[in-house]
Design a protein around this ligand. Structure first.
Ligand code: SAH
Length: 249
């Protein structure tokens, strides 16, 4: 029988935004592995579990620990924020898993920041969209620039993950400058900081204004397409339904 390791998307942070499948898998685990920030977000419900964390950039060590402990017979879950298959650990687990043939993976989906952030802002991704990470840790910046430019030309709603960090303080500004070569200054945009966590902050603004904003690494940014507007303060991308206006006179 194979050792099963759960790879769990825990959503943005709030337990209400975790799936029942994720909660049950964690309940049934003996060991929960993850990045410290996310382990800390797990509530009292899991306080009796064994935890193991590694800092950022020690992802391989974190993943290998899961395989080693699973082989020893522990019931192991690896947690990621949002969804584990969206800028998460799911692919690295499959790559490393080739070295541990007695283990198998169970990927449990979670609500990615795109969905939880969109729900707070209104309905900004209600048409074709793309997601681009501004982190150039594992992707060359030239490729990121090209994707931004082509996404803007294709009139996609653009969602930015990893918009900034201490080392990359001006990346959002650089990204806006590239998009502003194609998109007008007044294009409606928005961002949400700390979705599903303490200190949630929401902002709706124009692309020109977004360029001047300081956002941190716990922020997801939305750039509307040519049909995106603001309705009652909410960012809304039209699906294109013909609306019949009733004459109530
Ligand atoms: N697997 C995660 C994404 C990890 S990449 C997911 O599916 O959501 C990390 C980026 O995700 C952050 O830089 C930010 O852009 C976004 N993000 C993740 N959690 C967030 C949260 N709670 N609030 C706002 N943005 C978040």
């Amino acid at each position: 029988m194979k050792h099963t390791i759960n790879v769990i998307g825990m959503g943005p942070g709030d337990e209400n935004l975790m799936t029942k499948e994720a909660l049950e898998a964690l309940d049934n685990s003996e060991l929960i592995v993850g990045y410290g920030v996310y382990l800390n977000l797990l509530g009292d419900r899991f306080k009796d579990k064994e935890f193991y964390q590694t800092p950022m950039r020690q992802e391989e060590k974190r993943c290998r620990y899961c395989f080693e402990k699973a082989i020893e017979g522990k019931r192991v879950s690896l947690i990621c924020s949002g969804d584990a298959g969206i800028y998460g650990m799911a692919s690295l687990m499959y790559e490393l898993g080739r070295e541990y043939p007695s283990c198998e993976l169970k990927i449990i989906p979670g609500i990615t920041a795109l969905c939880s952030g969109a729900a707070i802002l209104g309905a900004p991704v209600n048409h074709d969209f793309c997601v681009i990470s501004l982190s150039d840790l594992l992707t060359p910046w030239e490729k990121i620039e090209k994707r931004l430019k082509l996404a803007a030309e294709a009139d996609l709603v653009i969602v930015l993950y990893n918009p900034s960090s201490h080392r990359r303080a001006d990346y959002l500004k650089r990204a806006c400058d590239i998009m502003l070569e194609v998109i007008e200054q007044k294009r409606p945009c928005g961002y949400v900081k700390n979705i599903g966590r303490e200190g949630t902050e929401i902002k709706v603004c124009t692309l020109g204004e977004l360029r001047e904003k300081n956002v941190n690494m716990f922020t997801t940014v939305f750039i509307g397409n040519s049909t995106t507007g603001i309705i009652d303060g909410k960012l809304v991308t039209q699906r294109g339904y013909p609306i019949e206006v009733e004459d109530r006179a």
